[in-house]
Write a protein that binds this ligand. Structure first.
Ligand SMILES: C[S@@+](CC[C@H](N)C(=O)[O-])C[C@H]1O[C@@H](n2cnc3c(N)ncnc32)[C@H](O)[C@@H]1O
Length: 277
């Protein structure tokens, strides 16, 4: 695991309060990578990532799903609409909660998801409340990742599964790679990035049985070529300067993350693990 000690929880919250509009304009409703097989549009690639994770996790009609770090509700709304899941979404950003709840009210959904503004590291749920704990690109922001998996295991019924997509530190241990991962953590407000091995260990230590573990790096990297080019072509950096220095740093690190994927300093992982008892 590679850590960045300067990241604070309040900065993560204000980043998402301030940047959600940027994400919406730049990328769409999903705040996560696309999963490419060819030359699809970004929105098709983003949707493929969501659908592929749902398939990998074996989500069934009407499952009770906890969406940890739900953003604008992209995954929650998809799971509610396509599979009739009963979804509870949690985000640390009050603005995102309102955004997601409004989108749910406007959509024609068999079961309307509930969105909560809370810290996933302190929120509590009764044991065995969910069939699936789903988290796409949020565990990067958690300070105690092993504790999150222990708590998730308790929230799952026996036979329930965690479904995770996460930015990872790669296997390189040289100073350049460590610096690149550190710079990504700083620019994107991640207190640490775990390796693929770390995630597997945290899940196993929480009593979860690993069902799937994929390296999707090559299929997601294009995300940052597109985002970097969109920032260059738009006036977004200028707008960020008018907001604060963190917003400028965030946009400037798009190139760093692209290089980190290309050089093996970072990876992108998908994990599914089951509570067996
Ligand atoms: C990269 S976005 C992913 C959003 C969403 N999963 C998606 O795929 O569109 C990260 C999300 O994690 C949330 N987040 C970060 N730290 C959190 C915490 N401690 N508790 C709850 N949500 C958190 C942010 O508010 C944001 O919604």
């Amino acid at each position: 695991m590679i850590a960045c000690s300067t990241v604070k929880k309040r900065d993560i919250r204000s980043h998402y309060d301030l940047s959600t509009l940027f994400y919406r304009l730049l990328w769409g409703r999903h705040i996560h990578h696309g999963l490419w097989t060819a030359d699809e549009t970004p929105s098709v690639a983003q949707q493929r990532l969501t659908e592929t994770l749902a398939r990998e996790a074996g989500i069934l009609q009407h499952d009770r799903v906890l969406d940890v770090g739900c953003g604008m509700g992209g995954s929650s709304l998809y799971l509610a609409k396509q599979l009739g899941c009963a979804v509870t979404g949690v985000t640390i950003s009050p603005l995102q909660r309102r955004w997601a709840q409004s989108a749910a009210c406007l959509g024609r959904l068999p079961k309307r998801p509930t969105f909560l503004c809370a810290d996933a590291e302190t929120i509590t749920f009764p044991p065995a409340s969910f069939d699936i704990v789903w988290s796409v690109e949020c565990t990067e922001h958690l300070f105690d990742k092993p504790a999150f998996f222990r708590r998730s295991a308790e929230w799952l019924r026996p036979g329930g599964r965690v479904a995770i997509c996460a930015w990872l530190a790669g296997d390189r241990t040289d100073a350049n790679a460590i610096q690149q991962v550190h710079d990504v953590c700083e620019g994107f407000f991640c207190p640490s990035l775990g390796t693929q091995h770390d995630y597997v260990q945290w899940m196993q230590q929480a009593g979860l049985k690993l069902c799937a573990c994929h390296d999707w790096t090559n299929s997601v990297t294009k995300t940052w070529e597109i985002c970097r080019d969109r920032v260059r072509r738009s006036g977004m950096r200028w707008l960020a300067q008018a907001i604060d220095r963190n917003s400028v740093m965030f946009l400037d690190r798009f190139n760093t993350i692209l290089e980190a994927y290309q050089t093996g300093a970072m990876k992108y992982g998908c994990f599914v693990a089951e509570r067996t008892r």
